[in-house]
Design a protein around this ligand. Structure first.
Ligand code: ASP
Length: 361
């Protein structure tokens, strides 16, 4: 069964096709209004969300389908100790497609391996957020007319900001992308993105703390909030939380057509006055996110008609190994709580990484 767990599950041709569908939906929504009649999406949100959950629900409703689900682990059988694997099997009996958000990294992959319906990763811990990336790609495409030959700056929390990880991964597959990583030292991009994506592909990037010097170079400025909920030590959060704030004065250092993106929610990292600046694109991103989720639901439900059962399991078994005695060092990885989950790892660029969360083993 085809799912979307990591943005690299889709080829660039598939991403481009999703963009075309989303643009067409926007131009002629009536054409799509009954495409999912009789179908249900289950939104299984173990962690807070406003945009992602409601945009999945709005997307399915606008396609003529319906919605079931829960928001908050406390409202589900997870609070009684049910595993993600069992929940995925149960929900497969009620719905046609699942969108799952989980605080544990790798949980949507576990669900995909156990569900008999497609699973969409709606954000797993600090790991990935592929459908936010779909929203980001459509926004960049609409603002710039292309997804290649761009200088993209990421500013804020590059360590815990899962949307950054997925977007860097997606853009790394387009020609001529230059990356500027602007963060405090404590919040630098993790190695599974820096080494395994940027360095492995030989893509140019720089790491800096000098926001003002970076701004004039950027075609895209991707701001993120510092992810308070991911810090083990809140004193560190307090120290870094106001490291980079985009004010009008700073934005005036950027090009007249730099597009400013932010996955939202904003805390204080973009001054509210900037919302009126034509370069501010973050509310357009929200709208684009709904269109891309509509295109994604159509694609996955369409493919679910085909017999693709167990394709992912076979793919994983082909590339992964397990070794007794090796465990993932990431305490937030799903492998520590899910029963009997093998300590799968794969070798990426000479480094053994956990299959579920990408930590170095
Ligand atoms: N909404 C995004 C996410 O779920 C960004 C954020 O929470 O800061 O990752």
């Amino acid at each position: 069964m085809r799912s979307l767990i990591d943005i690299i599950d889709f080829t660039t041709e598939e991403l481009d096709a999703l963009i075309r569908t989303a643009v067409d939906i926007d131009a002629d929504p009536a054409k799509y209004a009954e495409c999912c009649k009789g179908k249900k999406i289950a939104t299984l949100f173990y962690e807070p969300s406003t945009r992602t959950r409601l945009s999945f629900e709005a997307a399915m409703l606008e396609l003529g389908g319906s919605v079931i689900g829960f928001s908050g682990a406390g409202n589900s059988s997870a609070s009684k100790g049910e595993s993600v694997a069992d929940t995925a099997k149960v929900i497969s009996c009620y719905a046609d497609i699942i969108a799952m958000r989980h605080n544990l990294e790798g949980a949507p992959l576990v669900a995909a391996l156990n569900a008999s319906i497609p699973v969409i990763n709606a954000g797993d811990g600090s790991h990935c957020h592929p459908t936010q990336t779909l929203a980001d790609l459509l926004t960049i495409y609409r603002e710039k007319g292309r997804l290649d030959h761009l200088t993209v700056g990421y500013c804020g929390d590059l360590k815990y900001g899962r949307t950054v990880h997925s977007l860097i991964n997606a853009l790394s597959r387009y020609e001529g992308i230059e990356t500027v990583l602007i963060s405090p030292d404590e919040l630098k991009l993790p190695d599974y993105v820096k080494k395994d994506v940027l360095e492995k592909k030989g893509l140019p990037y720089e790491e800096t703390t000098d926001f003002e010097a970076a701004l004039p170079k950027l075609d895209i400025l991707y701001m993120t909030r510092v992810q308070r909920e991911r810090f083990d030590d809140l004193a560190v959060y307090e120290r870094v939380k106001d490291s980079f704030i985009l004010t009008q004065e700073k934005l005036d250092l950027a090009k007249p057509d730099t597009a400013v993106l932010h996955p939202l929610p904003r805390v204080n990292e973009i001054a509210v006055g900037i919302d009126e600046d034509p370069r501010a694109c973050y509310f357009k991103q929200v709208y684009n996110g709904k269109l891309m989720r509509m295109a994604l639901i159509l694609k996955l439900l369409g493919e679910a008609q085909e017999d693709r059962a167990n394709v992912r399991k076979a793919e994983i078994q082909a590339v992964c190994r397990t070794k007794a005695g090796r465990t993932c060092p990431n305490p937030k990885c799903i492998c520590h709580t899910e029963q009997e989950l093998p300590a799968y790892f794969r070798n990426l660029g000479g480094v053994d990484r956990c299959l579920w969360c990408d930590s170095e083993m």
